[in-house]
Design a binder for this molecule. Structure first.
Ligand SMILES: [Zn+2]
Length: 122
């Protein structure tokens, strides 16, 4: 009894995808999780405009007062990942959290879109 080829081929496809992501050739769309070219600004699968992928390398410090003004998701990205994101980007992270596959993409996403938090007060 032979296994369908599609099942056997699956892990390899994943490996290829991972290599393409690591080499910087491809990236994953944060909305639909399809693999797209690194330079793409609009996803060819779902048509959404993609967040910038160029790391800003910006750093920030968050005072107690500013921290209290952040959204729930923003606070989460600060405490869990050490990055301050816009409310919209923080929501994207929230959606990525629901998927085991996409959890690996959260930190790169934070690095590309957020400011590195040097210190914060809760
Ligand atoms: Zn997409």
């Amino acid at each position: 009894m032979a296994l369908p080829l599609a099942i056997l081929a699956k892990p390899n496809i994943k490996e290829v995808e991972q290599n393409q992501i690591q080499s910087g050739e491809m990236k994953k769309c944060p909305y639909c999780a399809e693999l797209i070219k690194r330079e793409a600004i609009i996803c060819r699968f779902c048509g959404k405009e993609l967040p910038t992928i160029i790391p800003k390398n910006e750093e920030t410090q968050i005072t107690k007062e500013n921290f209290s003004k952040l959204t729930y998701r923003q606070k989460f990205s600060v405490t869990e990942y050490g990055y301050l994101l816009s409310p919209e980007d923080a929501e994207v992270v929230g959606k990525m959290l629901g998927s085991i596959v996409r959890e690996n993409d959260i930190l790169p996403f934070c690095k590309a879109n957020g400011k590195k938090v040097l210190s914060f007060e809760q």
